[in-house]
Design a protein around this ligand. Structure first.
Ligand SMILES: [Zn+2]
Ligand SMILES: [Zn+2]
Length: 295
């Protein structure tokens, strides 16, 4: 592995590989333990330098530490991510091809969920087992029991979060590792926070339907902190923090997979809506004009 790595780097890396996603607080704690073990001085201020050095060394093996903020808690997090498989969901290694198909299927259902819900109920997730096909188009048999076990694994491996109400949504690990895949595959559905420009799947949205402003909860509280009048950073309409996207305030996810249309309704020529059928998504992305149309 990377030349120039000391024992400290190696130990930190080993621990990070097994955890994959940590809060910064946990990562700092780990850093301090590793310093202790290797008898190196611990200085919190050196943490960013450590991550930079590690990333330089890891570049050649296509790994990278990425920092972000948890969409649910707002806590700073750090994830060790693969950079090589960015273009496909194959980045979720350690699963069979059938399991990966199911994984991709669920990711798609979450991303395409109606009303920017970005989640799927467990009932719908289990129901999806009947809709999986191999890359050659053959149906895949996955029993409900297999699927249950697999869903638990996706959660344990920190790809998905399971809410109290039993709905699944994308975790920070998925958002950080599958960033490129998600943006390229679901260009129209994946949105970025207006303030931090990271992918957003849980947060607040502008009350003006035509406005694209979406804010993470933590970004919103930071931004509005000293404002008496909260207005949208994009269109300056009054901002309500009650209009949400994602799972945050839903007691349950949609029980059926209902996919949004590829193109938002723009009055003219909305194509037929084949309810329920969700196959042949393939690389169907047609032309990609932005939805620049106003109301
Ligand atoms: Zn944000
Ligand atoms: Zn707005």
């Amino acid at each position: 592995m990377a030349s120039g790595f000391t024992n400290l780097h190696r130990l930190f890396l080993q621990a990070a590989i097994s955890r994959r996603l940590m809060t910064e607080a946990a990562a700092l704690e780990l850093y301090s333990q590793v310093c202790n073990l290797t008898e190196e001085p611990f200085d919190q201020d050196n943490f960013t330098d450590l991550i930079t050095q590690m990333n330089e060394g890891l570049n050649s093996v296509e790994l990278e530490f990425r920092r972000s903020q948890d969409e649910v808690t707002g806590a700073p997090v750090i994830a060790l991510t693969n950079t090589n498989g960015q273009k496909t969901a194959q980045v979720a290694t350690g699963y069979s091809s059938t399991e990966l198909e199911y994984f991709k299927h669920l990711v798609e259902a979450m991303v395409m969920a109606d009303d920017e819900a970005y989640c799927i109920s467990s009932t719908a997730a289990l129901h999806e087992t009947g809709n999986i096909k191999t890359s050659e188009g053959k149906p895949v048999t996955l029993t409900k029991r297999d699927a249950e076990v697999l869903l638990d694994r996706f959660v344990a491996d920190k790809w998905f979060i399971r809410s109290g109400a039993g709905a699944y949504s994308l975790s920070m690990r998925a958002l950080l590792e599958l960033q490129t895949y998600l943006k390229e595959t679901y260009e129209e559905q994946i949105q970025e926070c207006t303030l931090c420009m990271e992918i957003i799947t849980k947060g607040q949205r502008c009350q003006v339907a035509a406005c694209a402003a979406r804010l993470h909860h933590h970004c919103a509280s930071q931004y509005f902190k000293n404002m008496n009048n909260k207005v949208c950073p994009t269109c300056h309409t009054n901002w309500s923090d009650k209009i949400l996207i994602g799972l945050s305030d839903r007691t349950s996810a949609p029980s059926k997979v209902r996919k949004r249309r590829q193109r938002k309704t723009n009055g003219a020529g909305g194509e037929a809506n084949n309810e329920g059928e969700a196959d042949n998504q393939g690389e169907a992305a047609g032309d990609n004009d932005e939805e620049s149309d106003e109301e």
